[in-house]
Write a protein that binds this ligand. Structure first.
Ligand code: NDP
Length: 250
């Protein structure tokens, strides 16, 4: 299936590594010009460098998505590098787990900030250009944790909030030719997760609970993001696609 992505400009936040880096790779392989962005300039440069070495068009633009000026600069620099941003993937996110009774305020605030404030700032910055061109795709990376994971009240709240954000913005942006959707992955085997000390225990428990009996890989998420970002998905907006192997509960 031709996704019609050739020549489009795709920007992925938090794409120095993990799911974001794989999504950047997938866009590049479809012929997109890719903006790799990460808070860590070294991982962003390394990911973009690999894409360029493989013959793709990519630039690295570091950005802390929680910082208003940094998010505005990201979109400006991307538009000046490639003329436009056609696709924004709000991927940057992390966990700061802990039971609520003992959760430091900083763990609450930083997870809410990166997931909700970061998505708000990057989306707000990209919208004027998309609205002027009457075309755009925004894909927000949520999580299966919206159903509530113990020890993740901050993360579950933020990722559930992202779904409300997705629905509201899809209503505002549709008449400008912009679709807004979310992808909610379950357990995905990224390098970060595989390097956890208790990875093997985590992996076995997750497989036992998974209806399809195996765990997802980054490409399971990036393939879904690509479809939602494509012309093939022009009539899909405000929805959330679960990439969980059929597992929903904790
Ligand atoms: P990773 O931690 O591997 O990658 C996230 C990237 O975001 C890192 O490169 C990180 O940089 C970067 N980052 C951190 N803070 C900021 C910031 N303020 N601004 C910009 N970039 C930042 O995560 P995953 O690939 O596992 O996850 C990607 C997304 O998918 C996240 O939103 C996550 O919540 C979601 N998700 C992941 C699942 C999984 O099983 N892996 C399951 C469900 C959802 P650095 O490391 O240098 O700080």
């Amino acid at each position: 299936m031709d996704l019609g992505l050739d020549g489009k400009v795709a920007l992925v936040t938090g794409s120095g590594r993990g799911i974001g880096a794989d999504t950047a790779r997938a866009f590049a392989q479809e012929g997109c010009r890719v903006v790799v962005s990460d808070i860590d300039p070294d991982t962003a440069a390394a990911t973009a460098g690999r894409l360029v070495a493989d013959g793709h068009e990519a630039v690295a633009i570091p950005c802390d998505v929680t910082d208003e000026a940094s998010a505005a600069h990201l979109i400006e620099a991307a538009e000046s590098a490639f003329g436009a941003v056609d696709i924004l993937v709000n991927n940057a996110g992390y966990l700061k787990d802990g039971y609520l009774a003992k959760m430091p305020l900083a763990a609450w605030e930083s997870v809410i900030d990166i997931i909700l404030k970061g998505t708000f700032l990057c989306s707000r910055a990209v919208l004027p250009g998309m609205m002027a061109r009457k075309n755009g795709r925004i894909v927000n990376i949520s999580s299966r944790s919206i159903f509530g994971n113990p020890g993740q009240a901050n993360y579950s709240a933020a990722k559930a909030g992202l779904i409300g954000f997705t629905r509201a913005l899809s209503q505002e942006a549709g008449r400008f030719g912009i679709t807004v959707n979310a992808v909610a992955p379950g357990f995905i085997m990224t390098e970060g997760i595989q390097s956890l000390p208790h990875f093997e225990r985590l992996r076995e428990a997750a497989i036992a609970k998974n209806p399809v009996g195996f765990l997802g890989e980054p490409r399971d998420v990036s393939d879904t993001v690509l479809f939602l970002a494509s012309e093939r998905a022009r009539y899909i907006s405000g929805t959330t696609v679960f990439v969980t192997g059929g597992r929903y509960s904790s």
